[in-house]
Design a protein around this ligand. Structure first.
Ligand SMILES: O=C(O)CCC(=O)C(=O)O
Ligand SMILES: [Fe+2]
Length: 308
């Protein structure tokens, strides 16, 4: 079996992977090589792949247990709970609510106690121009801060709030989204389990730092959010149909630019793998209620973690 080829597409992060047909079962060596490239480059682009929902799910499962999107059930594919629709293509005459998502810099599911590890997106249709996705390297963001600020942040935790998502959604969906996902607390800096490097975990969906007021936090969050997406830390992906892009939410933030003609179709399928239990609820009782109503076995398991 030929080796995969890896070509960096961005200086800070991003690589293109060729020499592998990901619609077919992979060998153990291929999976190891892809994981290794992913740890090094954070964003992998597999061009010209022929995937359907089943083969997208099968490929995604090589990288972990899949999320069934219980934190945002209104974005699910009609036939597959583990596929999230990133699409403005109407289903039964309605544009899916996920079509304006991701338009402020974020890392997936940071508003849950088990944020996503990998996110994989397969492009089926794209607008004639625009609709790119941008990725910023949070290792670089951390490593370029002054030692004094690094040390300050190392000991901090931050509150992530689903209400800071800017997507345009019907009010009843916004309310349900918030009810399912009360505010959670994560460390401001997280150490990646594989690379063992520290990455900034603060972005515009961070409400405040624990122990600080919102006013005190605001200036620092704004500074960090801007610093983190300095052009030199960013890879901008211009989609082609049949691209599969896979990114690591533990060490980057990303953003849907959202600049395309809405009369054209942008139709992509997304999966996410479950990350580690990482955060805790700001208010445990509200969190416990949310877990129950999500009806998700894995999340129910997390409830016991809250009381360790
Ligand atoms: O639509 C995009 O370009 C990215 C959306 C996003 O943030 C996501 O799928 O996690
Ligand atoms: Fe996202």
């Amino acid at each position: 079996m030929a080796q995969i080829q890896i070509k960096p597409v961005g200086y800070s992060l991003g690589a293109q992977i060729t020499g592998v047909d990901i619609s077919k079962p992979l060998t153990e060596q291929q999976i190891l090589d892809i994981k290794d490239a992913w740890t090094r480059h954070q964003v992998l682009v597999f061009p010209d792949q022929d995937l359907n929902p089943e083969s997208l799910l099968a490929f995604s499962r090589n990288f972990g247990e899949l999320d069934n999107f219980s934190s945002q059930p209104f974005n699910r594919h009609p036939d597959y709970d583990e596929i999230f629709m990133l699409s403005n293509k109407p289903i039964n005459g309605k544009v899916p609510p996920g079509s304006t998502g991701g338009q402020n810099w974020h890392t997936d599911l940071s508003y849950t106690i088990r944020p996503a590890k990998a996110t994989l997106v397969y492009c089926i249709e794209k607008p004639s121009v625009g609709g790119d996705t941008m990725f910023a390297n949070m290792y670089d963001a951390y490593e370029t801060l002054s030692p004094v600020l690094q040390q300050f942040l190392d000991g901090l935790e931050a509150v992530h709030d689903v209400n800071l998502i800017t997507a345009k959604r019907p009010p009843e969906i916004v309310a349900e989204f918030a009810r399912l996902n009360p505010p959670v607390i994560h460390p401001a800096i997280r150490t990646h389990p594989e690379s063992e490097r520290k990455a900034l975990y603060v972005n515009p969906r961070t409400r405040r730092f624990v122990g600080m007021t919102e006013a005190e936090s605001a200036t620092l969050i704004k500074y960090l959010s801007e610093h983190a997406v300095s052009p030199r830390f960013v890879y901008r992906h211009r989609w082609s149909v049949r691209d599969l892009v896979m990114w690591d939410n533990r060490c980057l933030t990303h953003l849907a630019v959202g600049d395309f003609d809405r009369s054209e179709i942008r139709h992509m399928l997304r999966t996410s793998t479950m990350g580690d239990y990482y955060g805790r609820y700001e208010d445990e009782a509200t969190g416990a209620e949310a877990i129950k109503t999500k009806g998700n076995k894995d999340l129910a398991k997390a409830l016991s973690l809250l009381h360790d």
